[in-house]
Ligand binder design. Sequence first.
Ligand SMILES: C[S@@+](CC[C@H](N)C(=O)[O-])C[C@H]1O[C@@H](n2cnc3c(N)ncnc32)[C@H](O)[C@@H]1O
Length: 223
Amino acid sequence: MKLSKRLQQIEHMVTADYSHIWDCCCDHGFLGAALLSRQAANTVHFVDIVPQLMAELNSKLCQHYPNSRWQTHCLDAASLPLADYEGTHLVIIAGVGGDLIIQFVKAIYQQYPRLNIEFLLCPVYHHFALRRSLIELEFSLQHEALVEDNQRFYEIILVSSAADITRKISEVGDKIWHAKSVQQAEITANYLDNTLNHYQRIQQGNNANVQHIIDAYRSVKLS
Ligand SMILES: C[S@@+](CC[C@H](N)C(=O)[O-])C[C@H]1O[C@@H](n2cnc3c(N)ncnc32)[C@H](O)[C@@H]1O
């Protein structure tokens, strides 16, 4: 199964050696399966809340990965049993709203405040709110990327629950605005335009005051 551009980028951002990788909200498990294929962790855990999805995935994994270390968990992503597994953890949450990701990250961190957990996050919508919550939690930034896939833009953020003042998270992003190719420069410029237009429409609708968000995105310098 060929991964979408978005999932490929997420997969590329898994570079450290982890004992456990948790592919949360895994749906058909494409991302976790790619990580399993290249043995990115001792154990890859597949987590989704829909029982039928997990039953189907379980039988596919038995068939295609009989000798690899994986586990399926039919669970709410807010209740990962990290303490039952020794070692380092990477929690991946992608393809759901940023508001839901905030709930999951806060719940997991509250349960395991002393564990050093890495989170690789790719929300649909609510990037600003997610970044703000990560800043409030005093997490630190490891890496971030911007990808365009099927005419939609996605920010992908790798953070650690350990504070590090030299690795601060920006509420609008930092590295994502620095392009290394002409094609990527076009993507960053379009994304900035889209984002500003989105918040300007909200501001004009008079239902919410988002001027501080508009000001923050206006201060972004593309390079
Ligand atoms: C659109 S899919 C995302 C699939 C994949 N992660 C991706 O990025 O392409 C969203 C998945 O989230 C799952 N989901 C929704 N709420 C959940 C929760 N509270 N805990 C675990 N999984 C959840 C749904 O069942 C669905 O399979």
